[in-house]
Design a protein around this ligand. Structure first.
Ligand SMILES: CC(=O)N[C@@H](CCC[C@H](N)C(=O)O)C(=O)O
Length: 371
């Protein structure tokens, strides 16, 4: 398999959550080219689960890759850039998929002792595919439900060849945040006859930014980011509608609940002050990713001794990952894999070092063999 070619082909067709139709078709066509004797492939929505039977299995090891892209316009200038306008693999899921395919090829050629299932999971960026995928496996495909589960996420700020993780909490729990403000718009020249939702939303946005600095215990951690702000229709009409779209990140569910209560209090005050109606929708939420302590220590030891790999103990990050819906029920481990890109995750110029495609599948294969 030419994993660079495959990664580039996947890179060209990014699709957002639960729309990964072309991606699924391409993955299926690549998997069909592999030796089939030990493979069992099932489809779930726009995802896939592929089981490789081992030679003397005592457990089922899971590997999960996410497969969706982001609503971002690519600016890398590559000749293999996205051909889907406004869509980009800016979170590295194209690399994740290519690594998973490389691992699958090795397992299909030379199976290990244990059974392995590879989950190609849709909608990690939203609205979240892990929870319904896990529930489907439990209800309808229990023989595909792994006993332990692993995944990686690319890390642009670390050089290729580095892997990094930690026992316990790795990623935050998250909630999306959508706030709609509705008021009485009007003519730009008569502000006293209208209620300006652009100004109301701007005030609300600034007030929301005080929650982390004033209401969260400084010894705890939280993030509230509003990534999108829209208001109004044209330059000389006072906006009757505005919308804030963002995300909340905390390290535990109690803190998440406190953040939401403060957001609601600020919204009520803005309603009163600006004579408007506000609706809040929390969209989808992800559990924190908690690595199994023993698996993480074992992994760091294995990686530390593996030639050509540098293993680092990670700090927890405020990234979200619906992989947390696996680790809260199945002992699991997620690790960062360095890809040395000058631009970070969710950037329109993210440019992972493809050298990792030559090393990571073999590394994971050897790690699975050592389990
Ligand atoms: C690894 C990564 O970047 N994950 C995303 C997950 C987003 C979850 C959800 N859509 C949200 O924004 O809360 C991240 O932004 O951390």
């Amino acid at each position: 398999m030419d994993l660079v070619k495959i990664r580039r082909a996947l890179h060209q067709i990014p699709e957002i959550g639960f729309q990964e139709v072309k991606t699924q078709a391409l993955l299926k066509s690549i998997i069909q080219e592999l030796p089939q004797a030990r493979l069992e492939v099932v489809e779930w929505k726009t995802g896939l689960a592929v089981k490789v039977s081992g030679t003397a299995p005592s457990k089922l090891i899971g590997w999960r890759t996410d497969i969706d892209g982001l609503p971002i316009t690519e600016e890398t200038g590559h000749d293999f850039a996205s051909v889907h306008p406004g869509r980009m693999h800016a979170c590295g899921h194209d690399v994740h998929m290519a690594v998973a395919l490389g691992l699958l090829e090795k397992l299909a050629d030379e199976p290990i002792k244990d059974d392995v299932v590879i989950l190609f999971q849709p909608a990690e960026e939203g609205p979240g595919g892990a929870l319904p995928f896990r529930e489907w496996l439990k209800a309808d495909m229990p023989s595909f439900l792994p006993d332990r589960i692993f995944a990686l996420h690319i890390a642009p700020e670390m050089p290729a060849g580095t892997v990094s993780t930690k026992p316990g909490l790795l990623f935050a729990n998250t909630s999306e945040l959508f706030i709609d403000l509705q008021g009485k718009g009007g003519h730009a020249a008569f502000p006293h006859h209208a209620e300006d939702m652009a100004v109301a939303a701007a005030s609300l946005l600034l007030q929301l930014q005080t929650i982390v600095s004033r209401n969260v215990n400084p010894m705890d951690s939280a993030v509230l980011t509003v990534g999108k702000f829209t208001a109004g229709t044209v330059q000389n009409v006072i906006a009757e509608h505005a919308r804030l779209e963002g995300t909340i990140r905390t390290l535990n569910l109690e803190s998440m609940q406190n953040m939401k209560s403060r957001i609601e209090a600020h919204c009520r005050a803005i309603e009163e002050g600006f004579h408007c109606r506000i609706t809040i929708d929390y969209g989808s939420s992800y559990l924190e990713v908690n690595n199994d302590e023993e698996l993480a220590e074992q992994f760091l030891q294995f990686a530390g001794a593996y030639k050509g790999v540098s293993a680092k103990r990670a700090e927890a990050a405020m990234t979200g990952e619906d992989f947390g819906y696996f680790t809260n029920q199945i002992p699991g481990l997620m690790f960062w894999a360095g890809v040395g890109s000058p631009y970070g995750l969710h950037h329109s110029k993210l440019d992972p070092d493809e050298a990792v495609l030559a090393t990571l599948p073999q590394f994971i294969y050897e790690y699975f063999k050592s389990q």
